[in-house]
Design a protein around this ligand. Structure first.
Ligand SMILES: Nc1ncnc2c1ncn2[C@@H]1O[C@H](COP(=O)(O)OP(=O)(O)OP(=O)(O)O)[C@@H](O)[C@H]1O
Length: 243
């Protein structure tokens, strides 16, 4: 089976800062993989490599067997940001955010067709935001905004979703609702990578996890990575103790 995500010997730097070194990672379709590590451990850089927004020093990245540029062009990969990067004062509503997931499919007129509107309606329904479809994005709660961006990925029909801190700032019921939704997406065969520095909530969401400290320090089933004896490896406590 072609892996959903395949990273071989990937190294990325920003000037003299080596953000990722010699990373190998294979994630099969339909899996939810946590990408865990402290601030600065390279999680965002890995996502940038998967979305073709950073140039690696060396190594190879494949999304469903193709290059990240192809995956991006065909809308196979969607990014669900932690902070949405949209000015809260910017006049855009939930429906328009979700419609952005269809942009890659719109013709030269950029005018959405019936199929695009239907896909947006279905995505809104799925994340339970139908009733807030015309709400300005600046007037949403953090949890609602996250769901709007997950809906954008659903409308895009992306096979691979990259989620940045999906539980940051959301309450427990919202966390449970987001977890259930993400598990459903995985059950449909989509692949999810979930970046976080917080281990909370991962056990119920992820099948597996990779721990980064600018390189892969651990990768395996979620219960293995979260085992108490591995926390030192995941967070680098073993190195601190040796100092
Ligand atoms: N544009 C940039 N220019 C220079 N250095 C950068 C840039 N982006 C990231 N870095 C550095 O690369 C390393 C990895 O950063 P990255 O953002 O990938 O980590 P992260 O795990 O996503 O962190 P966080 O949890 O804080 O978001 C860090 O040392 C960071 O300071």
């Amino acid at each position: 089976m072609t892996p959903a995500v395949e990273v071989r010997d990937l190294s990325v730097s920003y000037g003299s800062t080596r953000a990722l070194r010699e990373v190998d990672l294979v994630v099969r379709p339909g899996r939810v993989c946590g990408v865990i590590g402290m601030n600065g451990s390279g999680k965002s850089t890995l996502f940038k490599a998967l979305t073709d927004t950073v140039r690696p020093d060396r190594g190879e990245v494949r999304i469903l067997g193709g290059s990240p540029a192809e995956a991006r062009r065909h809308g196979r990969v969607a990014y669900v940001p932690q902070e949405d990067g949209i000015d809260r004062a910017f006049p855009v509503d939930v429906r328009e955010i979700v419609m952005m997931g269809r942009y890659g499919r719109l013709g030269p007129t950029r005018r959405p067709r019936a199929a695009d509107h239907e896909a947006v309606d279905a995505a809104l329904e799925r994340v339970d935001l139908t009733r807030l479809a015309r709400r300005q994005v600046g007037q949403l709660s953090g949890g609602q905004r996250k769901r709007a961006f997950v809906a954008r990925g659903i409308a895009q029909d992306a096979a691979v979703l990259l989620l940045d801190e999906p539980f940051a700032g959301v309450d427990r019921p919202t966390e449970a609702a987001i977890t259930a939704l993400l598990r459903e997406l995985a059950a449909e065969g989509r692949t999810l990578l979930v970046a976080t520095h917080d281990l909370h909530g991962l056990a119920g969401l992820c099948d597996e996890a990779v721990a980064l400290r600018n390189r892969v320090v651990l990768h395996g089933p979620i219960e293995h990575v979260l085992a108490p004896e591995h926390l030192g490896t995941v967070f680098g406590l073993d190195e601190q103790e040796r100092r």
